[in-house]
Design a binder for this molecule. Structure first.
Ligand code: ADP
Length: 163
């Protein structure tokens, strides 16, 4: 088992500068970081899984040790399949901690050796979330300060198509 591979799971609907900040930090600590879009059929996302993967790939094309993937089902099973035990998550504020603490605890009951490692983004991204981006886009606001250029384009295109 390779301890230096980490998995960063999330919805990434869409990826923001906050996520990219976490990816930057984590990819400097681990040999390989797998950023993986969680396929959650219970949620109605703004972007399809394929679109989210493509946006991540577009935003991360110069990072050699970062790969983009997607998964369905339990995170612990996916992490095992990737032959690692390290999960990366971001903490924007104390308010994130309650939920993250619960998920990390549950994951540990399902997979005893799993470790969840938290990174804090730069303060300027601590207010940023995908849902804020979606809300602003919905009302025709400018999200170019919050997301990479390829994502801002994709958001504008979605809006233009009326979804
Ligand atoms: P999920 O639906 O799994 O929470 P998200 O895409 O919203 O997926 O977030 C994935 C991870 O990235 C979570 O750990 C979340 O706290 C973190 N994250 C989201 N936005 C930011 C941000 N602006 N700064 C740092 N971490 C963030």
């Amino acid at each position: 088992m390779n301890k230096r591979i980490a998995v960063y799971p999330g919805s990434f609907d869409p990826v923001t500068f906050g996520h990219l900040d976490i990816i930057d930090r984590a990819s400097k600590i681990f040999d390989r970081l797998i950023v993986s879009v969680f396929v959650n059929s219970a949620k109605k996302p703004m972007f399809s899984v394929a679109e989210r993967v493509a946006m991540l790939k577009g935003a991360l094309k110069n990072r050699k040790n970062v790969t983009i993937d997607c998964f369905e089902g339990l995170l612990v099973d996916y992490v095992r399949r990737k032959r690692t035990r390290v999960v990366v998550r971001g903490l924007r504020a104390i308010s994130d901690l309650e939920y993250e603490f619960q998920v990390a605890g549950i994951n540990r009951t399902l997979y005893r050796d799993i470790e969840t490692v938290f990174f804090m983004p730069r303060q300027r991204y601590s207010y940023l979330s995908s849902s804020v981006v979606r809300d602003i886009a919905h009302f025709g606001g400018d999200v170019s300060m919050m997301v990479p250029r390829n994502v801002a384009k994709a958001v504008a295109e979605k809006k233009r198509l009326g979804s």
